[in-house]
Design a protein around this ligand. Structure first.
Ligand code: BDR
Ligand code: CA
Length: 307
C-alpha cells in the first residue's frame, strides 16, 4: 500500500524537484499539495506548484496557504531561487488552485482518512502548524511529520539558522512539541546531496520528458554553494521524500530537538542534542548520512518516469 502523504512546500527550485519525485513515486499517495510563501512570495510559490503539478499530469489539488509566518514579517530567498522561485525557468500555467485553504485541507484530509497520514514539510512550517493548532484532536491521525529543516551546526540564512526553521520558528516549535514522530533532514544531511553539473548531465541523458528536462533546467539555475566548496548546489527538499521512498539510503539518530525562539542572532537555530547531553528524551529522528550515488540514481529514474 502506498504511504498517504500531504506535501507542504514553497517552490522553490529544490521544492520543484521534490514535488516531481513525490508525484513520480508509486510508494507515495500524495493526497494534496499545500503551499506557503517562503523561497519567494505566495503568489509565485502557488503558481509554481500549480505549473509543476500540471506538468506531471497528476490530478492532485494544490491549496494556497500562509503568505507569512505566525509572527514577524515575510522574507524570501531570491538569490538562490530567483525572484520567481524557479530561477527564471518558465513553465506552462497550471490549473486554478483549490478554493479550500491549506490548513483546512490538511485537517479535512486527516479527519476523513481511514488510516494516519504522513505530513511532509519542505518549506516554512506555517501551514502544518496552523492545522495542528486549530484541531489538536487530529494529532493521532498524523502518522509522522517528515521535514527538511534545521541544522546541528551552522545555518545557511544566518550564521545560526537554516532557512525553513528561521522563516517560521514558532511554527516549527509547534511541530517539534506535537508528540508525533518526527524525521528531520538537516543541512548536514542535504550537504551530501550536492548536485554538480555532471549530475545534471547524467539526468538529462535519461530521456526527453518535459518534467525531466524541466528538473534539469531548474536545477541548472541554482548557484553553487560557497559554503560547500563551490562545486555544486545542495538539493535539500528531495531528501525527506527520498527517505520515505528508500529509508535504507540513510542512517539516522534519535535526538531531542528544540528551536531558538529568542529575538537575538540565534533566532531559528535548531538545537539538536546528538549526544544526549541534556538527557531530554528524543523527539525526532535526525537523518545523518546519505548514499549519495543511489540518491541521485533514484531521482533520475523517477524523473524519467514522468511525462
Ligand atoms: C530550504 O530552504 C529553501 O531555500 C529550500 O527550498 C529548502 O527547503 C533549505 O534551507
Ligand atoms: Ca523549500
Amino acid at each position: 500500500m502506498p504511504t498517504p502523504v500531504i506535501l507542504d512546500c514553497d517552490p522553490g527550485t529544490d521544492d520543484a524537484l521534490a514535488l516531481f519525485l513525490a508525484l513520480a513515486s508509486p510508494e507515495l499517495d500524495v493526497r494534496a499539495i499545500t503551499v506557503a510563501g517562503g523561497n519567494t512570495g505566495l503568489e509565485h510559490t502557488l503558481s509554481n506548484a500549480l505549473a509543476l503539478t500540471a506538468l506531471t499530469r497528476r490530478p492532485i489539488q494544490v491549496h494556497p496557504g500562509a503568505d507569512r509566518p505566525l509572527l514577524g514579517s515575510f522574507t524570501s530567498e531570491p538569490h538562490i531561487h530567483g525572484s520567481d522561485g524557479l530561477g527564471g525557468v518558465v513553465l506552462p500555467q497550471g490549473r486554478p488552485p483549490a478554493a479550500e485553504i491549506a490548513a483546512d485541507a490538511i485537517r479535512r484530509i486527516l479527519r476523513t482518512a481511514p488510516a494516519p497520514v504522513t505530513l511532509v514539510g519542505i518549506g516554512p512550517a506555517t501551514n502544518l502548524a496552523l492545522a495542528l493548532m486549530t484541531e489538536p484532536a487530529l494529532l493521532p491521525k498524523i502518522a509522522q511529520i517528515v521535514l527538511m529543516t534545521g541544522a546541528w551546526a551552522e545555518g545557511n540564512v544566518t550564521p545560526a539558522a537554516e532557512f525553513n526553521a528561521w522563516s517560521d520558528p514558532e511554527a516549527l516549535a509547534v511541530l517539534l512539541t506535537s508528540g508525533r514522530p518526527l524525521v528531520l533532514a538537516t543541512l548536514e544531511l542535504t550537504a551530501q546531496a550536492l548536485v554538480t553539473p555532471a549530475r545534471i548531465a547524467a539526468w538529462r541523458a535519461l530521456g526527453s520528458g518535459r518534467c525531466l528536462q524541466a528538473a534539469c533546467d531548474i536545477q541548472a539555475t541554482v548557484p553553487h554553494s560557497i559554503r560547500l566548496g563551490g562545486s555544486g548546489a545542495p538539493l535539500h527538499d528531495p531528501c525527506p521524500i527520498a527517505w520515505l521512498i528508500r529509508p535504507a539510503l540513510f542512517t539516522a539518530r534519535p535526538c531531542a530537538v528544540t528551536v531558538d525562539l529568542g529575538p537575538g542572532p540565534s533566532r531559528g537555530r535548531t538545537v539538536i542534542d546528538r549526544w544526549n547531553r541534556t538527557g531530554a528524551p528524543p523527539n525526532a529522528k535526525v537523518l545523518e548520512t546519505l548514499d549519495t550515488d543511489a540518491f541521485f540514481n533514484l531521482l533520475g529514474e523517477r524523473f524519467a518516469r514522468l511525462p
